[in-house]
Design a protein around this ligand. Structure first.
Ligand SMILES: [Zn+2]
Length: 173
């Protein structure tokens, strides 16, 4: 079975106020629909305020996209911030005897955590998708592919005409 790459955030969750920071770099090998030209890299920090774990980060990478007009590959440099909050249940271990706090495993967050460990590539993958331009041009005045800048004239076939005539006759009957 494929083993997820995990970032253990338990220390931040049990010790509210303590900031954990990580330097991360990934090729996002699991992501087949994004063509990374350079690794996705940056820093990620996690801190808890007892009830909520806040994860912030700043990442950059370059991706290869297709020009929406001429379909040629375009290199797009991307830079984005991450700012996510995840609810915590239980009392942190540092605040009471025999206590333990953990990330609430609500369905919407579950795929991002295994216990108190973040499946960080999944968070980075989702954040990257959110920050990808939906439409990219190689240059603002890209002329597009020769011949298909304007949609072709609709072809009016003889069959269509015959069909229309038959339909009219049917209605008249
Ligand atoms: Zn183009």
């Amino acid at each position: 079975m494929h083993r997820e790459k995990l970032l253990d955030l338990n220390e931040a969750i049990q010790f509210p106020g303590k900031v954990l920071s990580f330097e991360l770099s990934t090729e996002l090998e699991e992501e087949e629909d994004i063509d990374l030209l350079s690794s996705l890299h940056g820093t990620l920090s996690a801190v808890s305020n007892i009830n909520m774990l806040t994860i912030t980060g700043h990442f950059e990478t370059s991706v290869v996209m297709e020009c929406a007009r001429c379909l040629q590959p375009v290199v797009v440099d991307l830079e984005f911030d991450i700012n996510e909050e995840f609810p915590i249940s239980g009392i942190p271990a540092s605040m009471a005897k025999n206590s333990y706090a953990q990330i609430k495993t609500e369905a919407e967050f579950a795929p991002l955590f295994e216990g108190n460990s973040l499946i960080y590539e999944e968070l980075l993958r989702q954040s990257l998708w959110l920050n990808l331009p939906s439409r990219q041009l190689c240059r603002s005045d890209c002329p597009g592919l020769p011949g298909i800048e304007t949609p072709p004239e609709p072809i009016h076939s003889e069959f269509e005409e015959i069909y229309e005539i038959l339909k009219k006759r049917e209605q008249e009957d």
